[in-house]
Design a protein around this ligand. Structure first.
Ligand code: COA
Length: 162
């Protein structure tokens, strides 16, 4: 398994997996915006050019907000999700973020178990957060950040058109 930051040419595969996992997930246009706005970080796992999974988060000052983590159904329970969340925490630590937070469906025990295994704690609840079925979201936070990656390179500054 190889892991790296996503690039523009990964968008169709990312969007296909996002659609497969989240009916209301980001489409290609949204992913394209996220990849180029300098406020989002996209990590992916692949094998022989096939996308296994991805994780992305948004950062504002020293705060990180996880958007989604997804692993293709046929590649689950093989450590891909764990590797991606660990990468995301290391990436966030290298950017100097103080914590990562996320919302997860109350019924999504696999994801909660993954996040707990990587140091996230449930700290609150958003009532009826999900519009499709009125389900509550658990708010989870990890503020025990791993050490920064010594090989980390700052992302390129994005120059927005005036
Ligand atoms: C949640 C998800 C990303 C986990 O990815 P994964 O690659 O299967 O996870 P891993 O194999 O790395 O598992 C790591 C740990 O997570 C937990 N876990 C993962 N899947 C689980 C399951 N089905 N049931 C219980 N625990 C589970 C376990 O603690 C596991 O460690 P273990 O294998 O040593 O027991 C994957 O199930 C997925 O893509 N689900 C659909 C999308 C989704 O719900 N994303 C989260 C949105 S907030």
């Amino acid at each position: 398994m190889e892991r790296r930051l996503a690039r523009g040419e990964d968008i169709p595969a990312l969007a296909a997996l996002e659609r497969a996992c989240f009916p209301e997930g980001a489409d290609e246009a949204m992913l394209e915006r996220f990849l180029s706005d300098g406020r989002h970080r996209f990590l992916l796992a692949e094998e022989d050019g096939t996308l296994l999974g991805y994780a992305w988060y948004e950062f504002v000052l020293d705060e990180g907000y996880v958007g989604n983590v997804a692993v293709a159904a046929e590649h689950r329970r093989q450590g891909v999700g764990r590797a991606l969340v660990a990468d995301m925490l290391s990436d966030a630590a290298s950017l100097g973020l103080a914590f990562l937070t996320l919302e997860v469906r109350e019924s999504n025990l696999p994801a909660q178990s993954l996040y707990r295994a990587l140091g996230f704690l449930a700290v609150g609840r958003r009532k009826r957060y999900y519009e499709d079925n009125g389900e509550d979201a658990l708010i989870m936070v990890c503020d025990r950040m791993p050490p920064a990656d010594p090989d980390f390179e700052e992302p390129e500054t994005v120059h927005e058109e005036a």
